[in-house]
Design a protein around this ligand. Structure first.
Ligand SMILES: [Zn+2]
Length: 113
């Protein structure tokens, strides 16, 4: 499962960061997952929950922020919400559109001690 390996990488990344900064525990972490990032936010959240025990993230409050996909039509300049990257423009049905949001997959904030 793709999300499981992403969750593992994220935990490793945070543990490396913590070791560098001398943190003992992560209290809160917010992760942004865009709807067009290719990451299934719910599956990723469950994978993370499974994996955090015995890591620096055990006991941390983990929040997953979902960012909706945004597109801008290359033909008529209309801006609209996208649920998949292959969505066509709701106005003129043109494809492709420029993706202007929803591809994020990153840690946006972390509280550690
Ligand atoms: Zn259009």
């Amino acid at each position: 499962m793709h999300e499981l390996s992403l969750a593992t990488s994220l935990i490793n990344l945070i543990e490396r960061e913590a070791a560098k900064s001398g943190f003992m525990a992560v209290l809160e972490v917010q992760i942004e997952v865009g709807d067009l990032s290719g990451v299934e936010a719910d599956a990723f959240g469950s994978a993370l929950e499974l994996l955090v025990s015995d890591t620096i993230l055990s006991g941390a409050e983990i929040t997953i922020l979902r960012t909706p996909g945004h597109g801008k039509c290359n033909t008529c300049d209309r801006e609209f919400l996208m649920t998949t990257r292959t969505d066509t423009c709701p106005g003129c049905k043109a494809f492709p559109s420029e993706i202007s949001g929803g591809e994020e997959f990153r840690v946006v904030s972390m509280v550690a001690e």
